[in-house]
Design a protein around this ligand. Structure first.
Ligand SMILES: [Zn+2]
Ligand SMILES: [Zn+2]
Length: 400
């Protein structure tokens, strides 16, 4: 017992290693860009520029000359612009990364937990059939449309298994639509996308917007660094600037920025596609199952509505890392649902939280799910970078 607790403690410490690596690279990039590029390299460049009078500096020795050259850098418009834009990108990157890491994953509300009496009934039943019947009765009061995977059962039994309500034995909750159990976080996570080792957190309903913005601002940060550093890389290469430690920082800065940009481009592109289709990474690999069968496009309400579901109604806040996603993560409108039946669009909750009263069961007509795009076979894996594949592989192994 003590050993397993110690192992878990070690695992928690080791799980921060990817975050420490990313943070170290970012801190180094800050030093390399601000100090080695903007101050040292641009300062050297300035001294070689005949338009700038630096004779006075030569008369002063040591630190004073250096500090004067630093102060003079602020007179160079390109350096000021570089520093200004760089700091905007850097702050947005840090802000979104922080929010992606430290926003706790949303878990199912009390409404999805079994009451004491239901739990007793459930545990007293010995056969799985009777237990499933109890769960089906309880789920009638909840906004649940998805069903458990058939698990490759024979076709004769398919209908039966698609009627099984999704239940998490570990958390003892009925899983809302798009909710999955993460074995790393040891909890059920609403609209779980994947468990990301690079943010050491579950990416789900509570932080999906932050995660997307993190990818976006990371790309912007890398693009800005690569595009401004490139000309100085060439100058070092052709000998226009003197050799020194700055040369190696500039060289690695360009290399690292380009490497991260290429990886992030595939990952961000893939997530843009997922948002446009209103799918989570897990749903892209394994279609959610409904009473009529699996449907990969069940939550797809069109690009505009899909974007609003993640980023909110106010477009001014789309690029700001504050929570603006629609709904509470327990319920997502289906593609076949009429607008008047959609609580997210009608701005009212069909299933009210925390009032303690029994709600009406969902209209049976809402359960009609189109089967046009049924895909019972394994999903195609998108053509992405190794970074993405590793990322998904690690995440997928941790889903129950
Ligand atoms: Zn769970
Ligand atoms: Zn997790």
């Amino acid at each position: 017992m003590a050993l397993s607790r110690a192992l878990r403690y070690c695992q928690r410490i080791f799980s921060w290693i990817p975050v420490v690596i990313i943070s170290s690279v970012v801190l180094w990039s800050y030093y390399a860009y601000v100090f080695e590029l903007c101050f040292v390299t641009l300062s050297n460049h300035l001294e070689r520029d005949p338009r700038w009078d630096t004779k006075g500096l030569e008369l002063r020795s040591g630190h004073i000359a250096f500090l004067l050259s630093l102060s003079q850098i602020f007179l160079l418009p390109s350096a000021v612009a570089y520093l200004l834009i760089f700091h905007v990108c850097f702050i947005m990157f840090c802000w979104t990364y922080w929010k992606a890491i430290f926003t706790p994953p949303s878990t199912p509300s009390k409404k999805f937990q079994l009451s004491y009496s239901d739990k007793e009934r459930y545990e007293m039943e010995e056969t799985p059939d009777a237990q499933k019947q109890i769960l089906a009765e309880i789920a009638k009061k909840l906004p649940i449309f998805t069903r458990a995977q058939s698990g490759g059962m024979p076709c004769m039994k398919l209908k039966y298994y698609q009627d099984a309500i999704r239940f998490c034995d570990r958390c003892q909750v009925i899983k809302p639509d798009r909710c999955h159990h993460c074995s790393v976080c040891e909890t059920c996570v609403l609209k779980m996308d994947h468990h990301c080792p690079w943010v050491n957190n579950c990416v789900g309903f509570s932080n999906y917007k932050f995660f997307l913005l993190f990818l976006f601002y990371s790309m912007l940060y890398c693009v800005f660094i690569a595009s401004t550093v490139f000309q100085y890389f060439i100058k070092f290469w052709v000998g226009d600037l003197p050799n020194g430690p700055a040369k190696f920082h500039i060289l690695f800065l360009l290399f690292v920025a380009l490497m991260f940009f290429v990886s992030l481009m595939f990952l961000f592109g893939y997530h843009c596609w997922l948002v446009a289709k209103n799918r989570s990474t897990l749903e892209a690999f394994s279609a959610p199952v409904f009473p009529n069968g699996p449907d990969r496009n069940a939550f797809n309400g069109g690009i505009s509505r899909n974007l609003q579901q993640v980023f909110g109604d106010d477009k001014k806040l789309w690029f700001v890392p504050v929570f603006t996603s629609q709904g509470d993560g327990h319920y997502f409108p289906l593609r076949t649902m009429r607008e008047s039946e959609n609580p997210l669009l009608a701005n009212e909750e069909k299933w009210v939280e925390d009032d303690g009263s029994d709600e009406e069961s969902p209209d049976e007509s809402l359960l009609h799910v189109s089967l046009e795009s049924n895909e019972l076979t394994a999903s195609r894996i998108p053509d992405c970078s190794c970074f993405l594949l590793f990322f998904l592989f690690v995440g997928k192994r941790q889903i129950k």
